[in-house]
Each structure stands twice: as structure tokens, then as C-alpha cells.
Design a protein around this ligand. Structure first.
Ligand SMILES: [Zn+2]
Ligand SMILES: [Zn+2]
Length: 305
């Protein structure tokens, strides 16, 4: 692909300008310096015990995964002007390990912790949505180097999710099928496939607004992250390990997040990965039209190699 191309999202009213640059393969860069000193506030010897919410394993041995309340939350349960709850999942006691460096069974347990806390926070009265996400690297908004994810329980339905759901529902009415099931069908023989097994399908979406953006789609159609069975969690752990290791090779910051159904309506749960190699500027902020300099076909190839 040499020329730029305007592409529309599979089913949402979103556009991207794919504008390939020469020499587009990401260069291996020097590993980022460890910005924070050890031990940090997420290291076992420094964790504030008052803030602990849950441990894995639950008792007996030292923790491998620890859930704590966010120490500096924007939303709290005692503030009716900004009601909500924020938790942090410390993914490993080891300050220097990143999530993709952990063994598969450990990554599976992190997914289990995501689901446990998602379920617990959904039950809080007045909570409308719970989002599980990870920021990795300074450009993606992570302020602490020690590997962690976050969960935020919100008192409002996030507008972006509402907009996506409306597009999802419109697509369903028009086609009688789920758009995400259709993406898997449409792209399974394409050059956008990153990885698949019998449970998960990972692709670079054709109109990705993010360089190296990826969708992690379960092949089975279900509504929330809690509906994942053991095999599906194992597949997701494998897929994350592989894909995130590639981003780490080129030291690229990223965010990922789970999208589950807002209420109990029909939906196709998925995880979206949005790397952040560059900053959005006037065009992006002023119009919502994004320029992506890495064609998704090239991104898929980068991940497959
Ligand atoms: Zn630490
Ligand atoms: Zn579906």
C-alpha cells in the first residue's frame, strides 16, 4: 500500500485516514529506563495494608496478585458529586516483570481477578458501568512502572459505549447478525489476522484508528467478560502474552480494555488494544478523523512474525 486511503469502521460511524509512511517498521529502541525507584508503592514491602481489597492466593502464601483501592481516586463511594469506586490490580509482586513475561497460568489468574472484581463492583447500587483496563508506558497514561491494571465503577453509562452499542443494535436490525461475529467471518481468510485458535480470534481491524491496534474477539458470542469459560480464558492469556511481547520488543506504550454489555442487552464481549506511539493533534481533536500511518495489514504482519 503506497497511497493514502480513507476507511470507515466495520459498523460504526468512524473514519480513519490510513497514510503509510516510508520506513514504517518500528525500530527497536533502547529499553525505557526504570523511572521509579524500587521498592515502589506496589511492591510487597511497601503496600499499604489498609487499602487491600483481595489477594490471590486468598490466604496462606504470599500474594501473587493483589487488588487494592486506588489511593488517589477521582471517584469515591462517599462523594455524591462524583460517586464511584476505583481499584488497582497489582499483577505481580515482582517490580521488574511485565504482564507478558509472566507464565500463562499467572496471566489466566489475572483474568480471573479482573472478572471477580468486575462482578463485585457491578453489584454496587447506582453503578452503571464497570470498565477494566490497563495502561502500559508513560505515553499511555501509566504513572507507576510496576505492572498493574485498573478497574473503575462509573455512575454513568460512558457515551462512547452507548454510541457503539447503538451502532451494534442498528447493524443487528439491518443484517440479522452480530457485527463482531461478522467481522470474524469476513476477516478469517484476510491478511488482517494476527492470531487465532479455536476460542479467540485476534485481528488488526481494517479501519484501526491506532497504529498496531488490535481486537481480541471470542469466537463464541456472549455478553460479558464473566461469561468466558476456562478454555476461553486460557486462549486470551496466550493471545495477550504473544501480542504484548511484540509491543514490548519495540517499547511501545499501549492501553487495552474490556467491553462488556452495559445492561443485560445482547452484545459480543471483546478486548480492544490501542497502542500509543504518537499524540493526537489538531485534525484528530478537532474533527475526530484520525490519521494512522501504519496500515493494519502491516500491523498484522508485524505481530505474526
Ligand atoms: Zn514495585
Ligand atoms: Zn457476536
Amino acid at each position: 500500500m503506497d497511497q493514502s486511503e480513507i476507511r470507515k469502521d466495520y459498523f460504526q460511524n468512524k473514519y480513519v485516514i490510513i497514510a503509510p509512511k516510508r520506513a514504517k517498521r518500528p525500530q527497536k529502541v533502547l529499553k525505557k529506563e526504570e523511572a521509579t525507584s524500587t521498592p515502589c508503592y506496589f511492591c510487597p514491602e511497601q503496600v499499604d495494608k489498609e487499602f487491600i481489597v483481595a489477594k490471590d492466593p486468598k490466604a496462606g502464601q504470599a500474594w501473587k496478585i493483589l487488588t487494592v483501592l486506588n489511593k488517589y481516586p477521582a471517584l469515591t463511594e462517599d462523594n455524591h458529586e462524583a460517586f464511584g469506586r476505583q481499584e488497582v490490580i497489582i499483577e505481580t509482586p515482582d517490580h521488574a516483570k511485565e504482564i507478558h513475561e509472566l507464565p500463562l497460568d499467572h496471566i489466566e489468574k489475572i483474568i480471573d481477578t479482573y472478572i471477580d472484581r468486575y462482578e463485585a463492583m457491578k453489584k454496587i447500587e447506582e453503578i452503571k458501568y464497570v470498565i477494566v483496563f490497563k495502561n502500559e508506558g508513560g505515553k499511555a497514561g501509566a504513572s507507576i512502572a510496576h505492572s498493574h491494571s485498573q478497574i473503575i465503577a462509573l455512575p454513568i453509562v460512558p457515551p462512547d459505549l452507548k454510541t457503539e452499542y447503538e451502532a451494534y443494535a442498528d447493524y443487528f436490525v439491518e443484517n440479522g447478525r452480530c457485527p463482531y461475529c461478522d467481522i470474524i467471518d469476513k476477516e478469517k481468510k484476510s491478511n488482517l489476522v494476527i492470531w487465532e485458535d479455536s476460542h479467540f480470534f485476534v485481528l488488526s481491524p481494517s479501519a484501526s484508528q491506532y497504529p498496531y491496534g488490535a481486537y481480541f474477539l471470542p469466537k463464541r458470542h456472549f455478553k460479558t467478560m464473566s461469561d468466558m469459560n476456562i478454555q476461553e480464558k486460557q486462549s486470551l492469556a496466550k493471545a495477550l502474552k504473544k501480542v504484548l511481547a511484540k509491543l514490548d520488543d519495540v517499547d511501545m506504550a499501549y492501553n487495552y480494555f474490556f467491553h462488556s454489555a452495559v445492561n443485560n442487552e445482547d452484545y459480543h464481549m471483546h478486548l480492544k488494544l490501542e497502542p500509543r506511539p504518537n499524540i493526537w493533534a489538531g485534525l484528530e481533536l478537532g474533527t475526530g478523523i484520525i490519521i494512522n500511518t501504519v496500515p493494519p495489514e502491516d500491523a498484522a504482519k508485524f505481530y505474526r512474525q
